[in-house]
Design a binder for this molecule. Structure first.
Ligand code: PLP
Length: 466
């Protein structure tokens, strides 16, 4: 399997190449040169497999000849062995045609673990083979950082520096990052928003000499391997509900568009997906785009679902590329205009194609609390604020005759204040995290400034090289 950039000006790479590269050199995102396609019989043959085995078989198409299948199987089994539920991604029924797929049973209690636990192991494997090392640099609005740190802490061939917006993550999210004291982990609280953090990471990657010297790699959702590792749970949920002989719809609480893009990819591979509902909080750029082709940047407003507090969804570029019939020059042109003008000029035909499949929905904080309360009263289910947005989106945009699966992306105990406000119940952390509030924290503060952040990265790498 070979990968090309959405902007057409970066080298074609294999799976290991895109795993290590993250963002392409031309600023674009890597996508498969052609999509694998499964027949009806292929999908049926995947029914009933344990999750790790399903993941290995689906990932194999994207990994190609880079990693032998037996090795990939082992890595998948190891990645999901530590999850707190034997089904890994259990389905819970909320109504006759509404289900929740719980993606939060990993070590950091959020869906990022689904991809990251595998990614850490893929990196380790590929770097050991190449006798090389990397510096992983990432921006997080909360969950990506802790999941990446959890996946990389203590690994010999990786240094990891994670930027988070100072004071804009929940305390649980911050502590999950800052209480990991492994010497190869550096946490930086940046004086700015999540988008500022993301821009700093992009600027570091654009600094070619720096990128080369410190062997930068990304684990943000722009990394293709993350998208690939998120496809299997859509397949697992659909197969459990009767696919390929029955259609399903998905509702996804969305920030950077990585999770829902994996659902799109599963559909592109032939899974019968009738509809994708994109759930947003008050930062509703995607809902505005889907309703009226208005992809225009506004300031980020903090909300109860901080992992969805975004201004720009970086993975949207992959969908744009597809909606433009994979015209890289056109994609690059639209992205350049977006960067300068703050509004993405998506051609009418591409917008219409997107809206045939995708529906938008946005919910403010009051609506989110009301949904958490309603769910608990209706069926005793406790949903975190992100998951509640997804479930509300599923209810707002039903597909007649088709079950909708809402993706639950965080454990309720990660957002105890919101749950308590809505239901008077304070959900406890699972026992493996029960002492989180007593653990020692380690992190540094830095201004929203590229030179300052590069100095922190340099210091981390030198410390561990010594
Ligand atoms: C990251 C995250 C999201 C958003 O996922 P994207 O792939 O960025 O769209 C939603 N909910 C939670 C809890 C998250 O951690």
């Amino acid at each position: 399997m070979r990968y090309v950039s959405t902007r057409g000006q970066a080298p074609v790479r294999d799976f290991s190449g895109v795993l290590l590269a993250g963002l392409a050199e031309d600023g674009g995102l890597y996508v498969p040169e052609s999509w694998p396609s499964l027949t009806h019989a292929d999908w049926r043959a995947l029914r009933g497999l344990p999750y790790a085995e399903l993941a290995a078989r689906l990932m194999n198409a994207f990994v190609g000849t880079c990693i032998p299948f037996a090795t990939l199987q082992r890595l998948c089994h190891e990645a999901y062995a530590g999850f707190g539920h034997p089904a890994v991604v259990p389905l819970v029924q909320l109504d006759h045609d509404l289900f929740v797929c719980e993606l939060f049973h990993g070590p950091t209690l959020a869906f990022k673990d689904m991809a990251m636990q595998l990614l850490g192991r893929l990196f380790d494997h590929v770097l050991t083979e190449r006798e090389s090392r990397v510096t992983i640099v990432g921006a997080t609005s909360g969950d990506t950082g802790s999941a990446a740190i959890e996946a990389c802490a203590g690994r010999d061939r990786i240094d990891i520096v994670i930027l988070h917006p100072d004071g804009r993550t929940s305390e649980v999210q911050r502590r999950q990052m800052t209480t990991v004291l492994a010497p190869n982990v550096t946490n930086v609280a940046v004086d700015g928003s999540f988008d500022d953090c993301q821009d700093l990471v992009k600027a570091m990657f654009a600094d070619a000499p720096f990128r080369r010297e410190y062997l930068l790699a990304a684990v943000n959702s722009i990394n293709w391997a993350r998208i690939a590792a998120q496809i299997p749970y859509y397949v697992a949920a659909a197969l459990a509900l009767g696919a390929p002989d029955r259609e399903v719809a998905f509702a996804v609480p969305t920030g950077n568009f990585g999770n829902v893009l994996a659902a799109w990819a599963a559909r592109r591979m032939g899974l019968p997906v009738a509809r994708l509902v994109v759930g947003s909080n008050r930062n509703d750029i995607l809902a505005r785009f889907l309703a009226a082709n208005d992809m225009s940047i506004r300031g980020v407003e903090p909300s109860l679902s901080p992992s969805m507090d975004i201004q720009v969804s970086s993975n949207f570029e992959r969908l744009l590329f597809e909606m433009l019939d994979r015209d890289a020059a056109a994609t690059a042109g639209v992205m350049a205009a977006f960067r300068t003008g703050g509004r993405m000029p998506v051609p009418e035909h591409a917008w219409r194609r997107a809206t045939n499949l995708f529906k938008g929905f946005s919910l403010d904080d009051a609506g989110t609390l009301a949904e958490i309360r309603r769910l608990h009263a209706a069926c005793g289910y406790l949903a975190d604020p992100h998951s509640a947005v997804g479930i509300a989106a599923a209810r707002a945009q039903p597909t007649p005759g088709v079950p909708t699966v809402a993706m639950a992306t965080a454990h309720p105990a990660k957002f105890p204040d919101a749950i308590e406000r809505a239901t008077s119940i304070r959900p406890p952390l699972p026992s493996r995290l029960a002492d989180l509030y007593e653990r020692v924290e380690k992190y540094q503060r830095a201004p929203n400034n590229l030179a300052a952040i590069e100095a922190v990265v340099r210091a981390t790498v030198l410390r561990n090289a010594a």
